[in-house]
Design a protein around this ligand. Structure first.
Ligand code: FO1
Length: 318
């Protein structure tokens, strides 16, 4: 009981991208009162003239308890009347936008067009949906992940959804990153936290863009918080998405060790799945402590269990 109280009082900051990250963040949200989530916005897209922030929305809907439990993104029990009407008008409907989800994008777009920064818009949307944690976009400025493949260069959603991430990725560029300032509160959330968690999100296109925002990598490298990274690769495979293919085609080892190498100097503890137990020694050789546990979050209870283990590791591995 006392342990529970101590966990609740802690200030925790998580860096997260899409579905896998959102699941762990939901587990953390159940355990801590002071949770900040810094979210990738380099996946953001403009569709039908609307500002779409898929990763922010995935985290927001998950924390609000309204995410589609099967896809992990979008809203549960969606209807698609508007998208059907769009198709009838001759529009491409490759990006599946449900009716309730569209309301989020309409409101976000209107507020942004009125000059409200994305961070304020996000706080308003999250609060309206009953989200308790603080959701911060990594930046209020425009950053766009551009994916170079043998078939050409695509913006992220065209590569990921439009082409179902089938192309071999030969390079990733973050358009606009040089001019992007961290959103208000991002650097303080890293330097003032007790624990910083790098969620099991894609290291190149989810965590990578957050780390690339001016000052973020330095803040993480210099914080006195305990920093814990969770591998998004289990048994050499990504649980979701193209992280394993990207590790291979970008010249990295396709394993949790390959991910750990990307986080040298940025995490104190690296969490491996039991399937990767044999990699523990090599990860320790990178200067990280290792927690081996079950990292696959199939059920909602797994999210809370993994979050509790991550928080406990922040103490016990010190
Ligand atoms: N992912 C898909 O695979 N197909 C979709 O049609 C799709 C639509 C979509 C709409 C709104 C939203 O917030 C997310 C959506 N996603 C879709 C997920 C999203 O594109 C990716 O999961 C992230 O960008 C990767 O982190």
């Amino acid at each position: 009981m006392l342990g529970d109280v101590v966990i609740r009082r802690r200030s925790v900051t998580a860096l997260a991208g899409g579905v896998g990250g959102a699941k762990l963040v939901q587990g953390l949200d159940a355990l801590v009162d002071d949770l900040t989530v810094v979210v990738n916005t380099a996946d953001d897209a403009e569709i039908y003239g609307l500002s779409i922030s898929p990763d922010l929305d995935t985290v927001m809907y998950t924390l609000a308890g309204i995410a589609d439990p099967v896809a992990g993104w979008g809203v549960v029990d969606e209807t698609y009347t508007t998208l059907e009407a769009m198709a009838a008008l001759g529009e491409r409907t490759w990006f599946t936008l449900g009716d309730r989800d569209l309301a989020t994008h309409v409101v976000r777009s209107a507020r942004r067009r009125a000059g409200v920064p994305l961070s304020h818009v996000t706080a308003g949307l999250a609060s309206a949906l009953g989200v308790r944690a603080r959701l911060l976009p990594m930046t209020d400025d425009r950053v766009a992940t551009m994916v170079d493949t043998a078939s050409g260069r695509f913006d992220f959603q065209e590569y990921f959804v439009g082409r179902r991430h089938r192309d071999e990725v030969v390079g990733i560029e973050l358009d606009g990153i040089e001019d992007a300032a961290p959103a208000p509160g991002v650097l303080a959330a890293l330097t003032e936290a007790d624990v910083v968690v790098l969620a099991p999100s894609n290291p190149f296109v989810s965590i990578g863009p957050v780390l690339a925002v001016a000052g973020v990598r330095q803040a993480l490298a210099g914080t006195s918080a305990r920093r814990i990274g969770v591998s998004p690769i289990v048994g050499g495979q990504a649980l979701k998405g193209p992280a394993a293919q990207m590790l291979a085609s970008l010249g990295h080892e396709v394993s949790a060790l390959g991910v750990a190498r990307l986080y040298v100097g940025l995490v104190d503890v690296f969490v491996l799945d039991g399937a990767d137990r044999a990699l523990a020694g090599a990860v320790e050789d990178l200067g990280m402590q290792v927690l081996v546990t079950s990292t696959v979050m199939r059920e909602v209870e797994d999210r809370r269990r993994l979050a509790a283990e991550v928080l406990a590791a922040a103490d016990t591995t010190r």
